[in-house]
Design a protein around this ligand. Structure first.
Ligand code: 3H9
Length: 707
């Protein structure tokens, strides 16, 4: 189909108008994702006015060029003044159009983009399109009429489901919901839109604007809103915008359209002003920024990864193999015993079966994924792997032996990665004759679920190996963050310091439950000790044993956690750790037996317990993390504050609405943090409280550490 001829009526810009027969075509062309910034907003209004004035156009079609329909408001503009026309102004112009307007959707129609489409008379989507209102993930609500129009189209209950989850739905589901009027087999959006416009004109019946429809909201049950509020109070007590979404949808169901829209505007502005909005938008850009590694030129050649190997079929190795299988990359899974291999495969199958039961995976997909994991006892099967991830026991001796073996078997150019969480990647690389091809790929448990991947660059790792691992991370749906070599890298190094502080607080008189309550109150999904139970106390115990052997001064004394581990209390997996667990439940229950072990440990050390305030727990647990993060930046182990923020957001459940550890630290006040660090250094001591020079420098220069 020829592309519409350009008229001279609208000057070149991100939006153009042209006519195709009886249809006036408005095309938005604003790469990469057609975000609705100021230029697009004014272009849309001008193009719409041109189309309405064009005597040859009986209907108007809105389409987008490039890979997607409008991806929403331009997020970079939030927090700055919005020059008119605002997005609600644009949407109002479409709503009031005196000719039928059709939106043809491809790629993703998100947020304000979907809201523009909702103000059109008809929506047609390509079968591959996705539609959603993800504003809640940015601490916002749909603020361009979405909270008022969507309930009018699909009913308040479904509208709340969509807006509170923020996840997009596919075109078929959108059709079933009534969100779109037709789904077209994949053609160009222009072709699909012109076909739909032709049908509309031939049929002669133009649907009412969505704003005028009331059948889906008439007689809405007020109990719906009360139930949603109660559910949010339980599930997302910290979050601001979901509650405002319920208020706005209730307004749609109870007020006239104009009044509901005014209410939406007030609620949107309240969200816009909230610190949570700033935090969540920082988190959004952090995820994208970390993909660009400083010093790694864009376009660095990457190696082709078609087939991978995983060494070790334990919890980590099985999860890593699943991560690859889930992305269509076949994996050879090697273990040293048949028993280990069987156990790993059984765990993988159980995991997939549970996804099938929950409807997240079809039985056929499960079998395809199982078939793409090739179990073997023979290292020789790794000969043609393009990349091998070693996930053996956390012991330098074992890892060096594995790497020596891999070096002898793997083809030249294969990348050899270690999943170590604490050991020296350079020492592991030195066991091979190809240290340039070695790096760390540190997955987080459960590896098939957690999005973080620390990509550890060794002293000799080549640019192309690093670039390949970063690209692979994206391909398997992970957030890859490049870090340097040090004990624990970035995430676990900070976690280790928090762990020492949490232990010290318990020794001084706090209970593990109190420490955990303070951390979950801050917004972490799990407290420190619940997380220890989840990871397994034996893992940390083994690491502490390595540290003790290595003579680390902070890890020498056996503590009450070691005593629990020695007594077989290894955490959730043994139904007993710092807490106890009922079979089949993950809910921690405080255990007097553990309180007795702690008490005994205090007596042994001659410590008289004292009451510890929640505020002290909060400050000590968080400030010790900030101090360590600043040292990591100082040493260049992380290149930017945003890398540390992304690591804690995606690997350790740092509350995304707080933006990230260092983003939060700036808002908490670096001066306050530095003063406390210096005080704790004096009163508590230990290397973890020695103040970071960078932290003190930022305070002296009155500059933020993050942004
Ligand atoms: C909203 O609409 C509010 C309204 O209700 C009310 C207003 C009054 N703005 O993710 P990618 C950039 S709130 C600015 O790698 P993909 C992104 O940073 C908005 N920039 O691509 C990156 O830049 P860079 C609701 C944006 O193909 C580049 O585009 N909408 C925006 O993997 C490529 O992004 C959303 O929340 C934006 N809206 O995924 C949608 N979106 O190259 C947010 C992207 O410099 N966006 N960028 O790093 C997405 O979910 C994904 O980007 C999308 C494409 C699925 C569209």
């Amino acid at each position: 189909m020829p592309s519409p001829a350009q008229t001279d009526a609208v000057p070149p810009g991100p939006v153009r108008y042209a006519r195709e027969g009886r249809i006036g075509v408005i095309t938005v062309d604003h790469p990469p994702v057609n975000a609705i910034g100021h230029g697009v907003r004014s272009g849309l209004v001008t193009a719409l006015e041109t189309g309405l004035a064009d005597g040859g156009a009986d209907a108007l079609l809105l389409v987008c060029a490039g890979r997607t329909f409008l991806a929403g408001a331009d997020i970079r503009e939030f927090g700055k003044p919005f020059p008119p026309p605002t997005l609600p102004d644009v949407v109002a112009c479409f709503d009031a159009a005196t000719k039928p307007v059709i939106a043809a959707i491809h790629g993703t129609a998100l947020g304000g983009g979907l809201e523009v489409a909702l103000a059109c008379h008809v929506r047609v989507a390509l079968r591959s399109a996705k539609l959603g209102l993800p504003e809640v993930k940015l601490g916002l609500l749909p603020g361009a009429g979405g909270t008022q129009r969507l309930p009018r189209l699909i009913g308040p209950a479904k509208a709340l489901d969509l807006m509170l989850a923020g996840d997009p739905v596919g075109a078929e589901e959108a059709l079933a919901l009534g969100l779109v009027d037709a789904v077209e087999d994949d053609a160009s959006p222009l072709e699909a839109g012109l076909r739909a416009a032709g049908r509309l004109l031939d049929g002669g019946r133009v649907p009412q604007p969505v704003s005028a429809r009331i059948d889906r909201i008439a007689g809405s049950d007020p109990a719906l809103f009360a139930a949603r509020r109660a559910d949010l109070a339980k599930r997302q007590p910290h979050l601001f915008s979901p509650h405002r979404i319920v208020d706005a949808v209730e307004a749609a169901a109870t007020l006239a359209f104009a009044d509901g829209t005014a209410r939406e505007r007030d609620l949107f502005l309240a969200c816009l002003e909230s610190p949570q909005r700033a935090g969540l938008i920082h988190a959004f850009f952090a995820e994208r920024q970390v993909a660009k590694v400083p010093g790694l030129p864009p376009g660095t050649p990457t190696r082709d990864i078609r087939r991978v190997g995983v060494v070790g079929a334990g919890t980590m190795g099985s999860g890593i193999a699943m991560s690859f299988a889930n992305s269509g990359i076949p994996a050879v899974l090697v273990d040293s015993t048949q028993e280990g291999l069987d156990r790993g495969l059984a765990a993988i199958r159980r995991n997939y079966e549970s996804s099938v039961r929950k409807g997240r995976l079809s039985a056929t997909q499960m079998e395809e994924r199982m078939a793409s994991i090739h179990p073997t006892l023979s290292y020789a099967d790794l000969a043609d792997a393009d990349l091998v991830v070693e996930a053996a026991f956390e012991s330098m001796e074992i890892k060096q032996t594995v790497f020596r073996r891999l070096d002898g078997i793997c083809k030249p150019g294969a990348i050899l990665a270690t999943n170590t969480s604490t050991l020296d990647v350079d020492a592991i690389a030195a066991a091979t004759g190809r240290p340039q091809d070695v790096l760390g790929m540190h997955f987080f448990s459960p590896a098939n679920v957690m999005r973080l991947l620390e990509v550890v660059r060794g002293a000799k790792t080549s640019d192309s190996v690093l670039a390949t691992a970063m690209a692979l991370a994206r391909r398997i749906g992970k957030v890859g963050v490049a870090v340097g070599v040090c004990d624990g890298f970035v995430g676990n190094r900070i976690l280790h310091q928090r762990g020492l502080e949490a232990m010290a607080l318990v020794e001084e008189g706090a209970s593990p439950e109190q420490v955990d309550r303070v951390l979950t109150g801050f917004g972490f999904p799990l407290g420190h000790f619940s997380m220890t139970d989840l990871a397994g106390i034996d893992v940390g115990w083994r690491i502490r044993e390595e540290r003790r052997k290595a003579g680390d001064p902070e890890a020498q004394a056996t503590d009450w956690l070691d005593i629990l581990a020695e007594r077989g209390r290894h955490g959730q997996k043994t139904l007993a750790g710092v807490y106890r667990y009922e079979p089949g439940s993950r809910s921690p229950i405080a255990d007097p037996a553990v309180a007795a072990v702690i008490e005994e440990d205090r007596r042994r050390r001659g410590i008289m317990p004292r009451p510890v305030s929640n505020e002290e727990i909060r400050d000590r647990c968080l400030y010790v993390m900030v101090n360590e993060a600043a040292k990591i930046l100082e040493e260049g182990i992380a290149a930017r504050a945003v890398d540390i923020d992304a690591i804690w957001l995606h690997g350790y459940g740092f509350p995304s609405w707080r933006g990230g550890l260092l983003f939060w630290a700036d808002r908490e006040g670096l001066g306050r943090i530095a003063a406390a660090v210096q005080r704790y250094h004096r009163d508590i001591g230990g290397p973890r409280w020695s103040p970071s020079a960078l932290l003190l420098q930022c305070v002296a220069e009155k500059r933020p550490i993050a942004c």
